[in-house]
Each structure stands twice: as C-alpha cells, then as structure tokens.
Design a protein around this ligand. Structure first.
Ligand code: GLA
Length: 380
C-alpha cells in the first residue's frame, strides 16, 4: 500500500481532454512536465482519466486499452512516462461502467489491479458511477483498496465518491491516499465558490495520508477544454484564489490544463514555489477558518512545520473588499500580542515583506474573487 505524507501533485487528462486522449498527447505532456519544470516543482503523477479503454473486455475478462488511442498498450505508455522520471496514473470505477460508460471494475477488482500492476501503474483514480446499489460504497472502495494492496506493486488509491454515503466516516478504512468530497469542478467562478464554501466547512476532514481532494485544478484552462461552461471562464485573480486556497487547505494539486500551451500567467501560478511549499508542508496541520460565510471575506490559516503560519485572506464577493486592517490577522492560530514577538509577513504572490506588532497596518482592498496569501514568521 502507498503511504503519502503530503498532498499528491500531478496532471490529469480529464479537464482539458475528456475522451480526446491518445499516446502522442500523453507523451508530449510528459515531455512538457519535465521541460517546463513542473516535475521539479513536485508535479510527479501523470494521470490518464476515463476513456482510455475499449468498450469490451478481452476473452480473459481483462480490460483492453483502445487500440486507436493507445496502439502500443499501456505498459508502453507507462515505460515512457517512467523514463521521464514521472509516475503513471490510470482510472477506473466501482461500477460495471465508468462515468463515461466504458467497462468499470465491478466484480473485476482483483483482475484489474493485476493488469494495472503489470502495466506499471503507480496511481489509480477510482470513480463512483453505475455502482451496484445493493453494496455500500465503503465495501466497493475497500475491495479495490485490498486488491491494490495485494497486487504486488505500490499503487496509490485516489477515490472519487463525491462525498456520498458519508465518505469521511469510512474512507480511511479503504487505504485511499486522497478522496474527492465534491462533484465535478468547472472553469467558472460559480464552481470555485461552491467547492470553497463546502471545503471550508469540511477542513477538519483533511488528514495526513488521506487528503481531502477538492478536484483537479482549472488554472490555465481559459475557457477551453472539457470543463468549460456557457459562462465566463475564470480570470487571473480567480485562478490565483483557486490555487492559493487548494494549497492552503491541503488538497492534492492535479493540474488540468493543456500544459503544452501554457501562458506565462498560468506558469507563474502553477510554479509558485512558496505557495507549493505551503501545500507540501509535511506537518499537514489542519487549516483554521477564522471568518466564516456568510462573510464574503474569510481568513484561513495553518501552522507549518517550522513554526511559521500560512495565512490567506479570501474575497468571495463580486465587489472589491474595503481596506482591511491588520486586526484581521487573527489570534486564533495562537499568537498573542503579549508574546514578545513581531510577525514578519511575506506576501507569497508579490514578494513584499512587512512587520506587524501592536500597531495597525492598513492594507488595500482585495479585488473581487481574489486573495492575499502570506507566510508569517514569529521574530523576536
Ligand atoms: C466523473 C469524475 C470526473 C471524471 C469523469 C470521467 O465525472 O468526477 O473527475 O473522472 O467522471 O468520466
């Protein structure tokens, strides 16, 4: 079984490509992950989502890759991905069919785990469509968890049960390293807002080794691909909000855009090493949500391994927030004005630094749907 001590990072094909996947695009994506420094930043898993399969199993009951999309089979793809220093992920489902109606792993869990092991898979996203209603979700997930733990290869289990059937109560019995608690993300502000509101209520469900998955990133999609809607796509400030919150909450960071054509803005967000360091902090302390909706502005903070605190101020409103004072820096993370320490606040997006003690510093308003993210150190 795979044990992870920080939220997994990588790239997944679904958000951009949906069913339009093939070997060539996957190889180019693997090349790009290395060339653009994404692997170096920590994005190590390259995951092929749904629609890689043929519509029927072979005569031995084995899953078969679509011969047009993957003419050399999946071991060949895995070997290429591994040759780049990346790890390789695939997708299946608890049901008889996957969400896109290809064969799922129901009643084939142990055979499929064997195939994945033989192909060199390191990560399995396991979805929740077309399931047998007579069997509780937790048993369906435990089946694949047990199959993977006995397949002879370390394969990380990433579950996607949308939080159904009180997933948070049993998910850690399945061996899952990450688990989706929400429906699908889209490249719209409404989608980010919905996931945000649910996630900040569920911050306490995030555990080291079993990370609360807020879904793949839409940063850099710019209205293209498979999760675009008939609404405006997110803009730069909104992508920054999205990435900052996912990092601060300790969600896995799985890129969903077409990285072969990344803009400088997209790259700037996805490769911000200071923000990634918050995400990957191995203390994995749970975030504290200090101002809760219905407030349109909320503060989330999280204690880090070296004693620093990550703190984000997030503006959900459609209006710029008013100027805000440093009194908003909450004492809920444990700091007191009598501690004899000053706070050194480093802004992780613009790089500015300032000290805070008993005086009040006024900060300018935060644009609509945007945020500020700080790393705060206590100094004598
Ligand atoms: C579900 C999942 C998505 C994606 C698709 C594939 O909708 O939530 O992330 O995996 O299935 O069909």
């Amino acid at each position: 079984m795979v044990l992870v001590n920080k939220p997994p990072m990588g790239w997944n094909s679904w958000n951009t490509f949906g069913a339009n996947i093939d070997e060539k695009m996957i190889f180019e994506t693997a090349d790009t992950m290395v060339r653009e420094g994404l692997l170096e930043c920590g994005y190590e898993y390259l995951v092929i989502d749904d629609c890689w399969q043929s519509k029927t199993r072979d005569e031995n009951g084995r899953l078969v890759p679509d011969p047009e999309k993957f003419p050399h089979g999946m071991k060949y793809v895995a070997d290429y991905v591994h040759s780049k220093g990346l790890k390789f992920g695939m997708y299946s489902c608890v049901g008889a069919l996957t969400c896109a109606e290809f064969p799922g792993s129901y009643n084939h869990e142990f055979t499929d785990a064997q195939s994945f092991a033989e192909w060199g898979v390191d990560f399995l996203k396991y979805d929740f469509c077309f399931r047998d209603e007579r069997i509780p979700a937790e048993i369906l997930y435990r089946r694949m968890g047990l199959a993977l733990a006995n397949c002879g290869r370390d394969i990380l289990l990433s579950t996607s049960s949308f939080g159904k059937e009180s997933t948070e109560k049993w998910i850690r019995t399945t061996g899952a390293s990450m688990w989706r608690f929400c429906g699908d993300i889209f490249d719209t502000w409404g989608s980010i807002r919905r996931i945000t509101e649910r996630a900040i209520d569920r911050a306490y469900d995030n555990y080291k080794g079993s990370f609360l998955d807020m879904d793949m990133l839409v940063v850099g999609m710019n209205g293209k691909g498979n999760v675009a809607k008939d609404e405006p796509a997110l803009g730069f400030e909104e992508y920054k909000f999205h990435f900052s919150l996912w990092a601060l909450m300790g969600s896995p960071l799985m890129i969903g855009c077409d990285i072969r054509n990344m803009s400088e803005d997209t790259k700037r967000i996805l490769t911000n090493k200071e923000v990634i360091a918050i995400s990957q902090d191995t203390a994995c302390c749970q975030p504290v949500i200090c101002k809760h909706p219905p407030h349109e502005q909320f503060v989330a903070c999280r204690m880090l391994e070296n004693g620093d605190v990550a703190l984000g101020v997030f503006n959900l409103s459609d209006q710029a927030s008013d100027q805000w004072g440093s009194w908003l820096i909450p004492e809920e993370f444990g700091w007191t004005r009598e501690s004899g320490t000053k706070l050194l606040m480093c802004d992780l997006w613009d790089g500015t630094e300032k000290y805070l003690q008993n005086d009040i510093i006024m900060e300018s308003g935060i644009p609509p749907h945007s945020c500020r993210l700080f790393r705060i150190s206590l100094v004598k």
